[in-house]
Design a protein around this ligand. Structure first.
Ligand code: ZN
Length: 317
């Protein structure tokens, strides 16, 4: 089973009111996350991956740089690329009304989700994002994830028009994801949509039976381990884990969150130890091979979910 360890990389300015004022410190936090204990945003994430010899896929959001300058995007792409990791495209169209020249004619109002845009608009936005990433030094752009997982069927058509034939946007946990594809086969397995190979974010049933997406910030290490093991036993061929450039940091701070850091290190150590059965991969090595089989939902034990609840309480106080 291929494990896709994915990171959505984005910069936010704490609202839209004072973008230019807030950007310099926001960029420092989201890209570097400097603290006396180290730089726990991208640099530490990349360092931990490379310490364990693992591969990650970094879905990088480029549109913010159309506002502040291409050099900021180039720095991010080079950090990831020079660490030997894979750069792919992430898109938050919330930026379309903040940038000039505009990428689409109707860019007056803020529209958050990609699914709110027409096919022609999505095609233009994805083309613009792809062009920016390539200009910033990405080797090739072959895979995509929509911001907030908010894709629809037109997103897949727009990806095909841009020769991006792999998508990892769909996330059955969120209603906004695949809003016009709700009953699709993708909810239970990877599938091909409009000619694009779709690898949805993996969901698992926690120890209490609740379905959850596999996200580093929201699952205990025991749950991640159990879900990985049970997915492999059930015959899943891909396992998509989500994280972000800022997940090792405490909320609204550049200080590392020791619990999440430990969890991420435990996960990487586990994947290193089990690299024969659970190799980390990039999307270009994956294809939708078996269209017919629905595999059992991965699950975690009650003990692992209980341990996560204890961690959450500990983090809160
Ligand atoms: Zn995002």
């Amino acid at each position: 089973m291929n494990v896709l360890l994915t990171f959505d990389v984005e910069v936010w300015c704490n609202g839209w009111a004072r973008l230019d004022e807030n950007f310099p410190s926001a960029y420092e936090r989201y890209v570097y996350g400097r603290s006396t204990r180290g730089d726990y945003a991208l640099p530490k994430t990349l360092e931990i991956l490379n310490t364990y010899g693992l591969r990650g896929v970094f879905f990088v959001e480029p549109l913010f740089a159309a506002r502040f300058g291409a050099g900021y995007l180039k720095t991010i792409v080079e950090l990831i690329r020079d660490a030997g990791q894979d750069v792919q495209l992430h898109l938050h169209p919330e930026w379309t009304d903040e940038i000039s020249p505009a990428l689409i004619p109707d860019s007056k109002d803020k529209r958050q989700h990609l699914s709110y845009y027409t096919l022609a608009e999505q095609t233009a936005l994805i083309a613009g994002g792809k062009r920016m990433l390539l200009q910033a030094g990405a080797r090739s752009v072959t895979a995509f994830r929509a911001g907030n997982f908010a894709c629809n069927r037109d997103t897949f058509r727009a990806l095909q028009a841009n020769d991006i034939l792999i998508d990892s946007s769909l996330n059955a946990f969120y209603d906004v994801s695949g809003s016009d594809l709700r009953e699709g086969a993708w909810r239970s397995k990877p599938t091909v949509i409009e000619g694009v190979h779709s690898f949805p974010v993996t969901l698992f049933a926690d120890g209490l039976g609740k379905h959850r997406p596999v996200q580093v910030a929201g699952c205990g290490f025991g749950e991640l381990r159990d879900a990985l093991n049970s997915a492999a036993v059930a015959g899943h061929q891909e396992f998509v884990i989500v994280s972000h450039n800022f997940e090792l940091l405490k909320p609204n701070s550049s200080q590392p969150d020791p619990i999440v850091v430990k969890r991420f290190e435990n996960l990487c150590q586990f994947l290193d130890k089990h690299r024969d059965q659970l190799p980390t991969a990039v999307y270009s090595e994956c294809s939708v091979r078996d269209h017919s089989t629905v595999r059992a939902l991965p699950r975690s034990g009650l003990g692992a979910t209980f341990a996560r609840h204890i961690e959450q309480l500990y983090r809160r106080f």
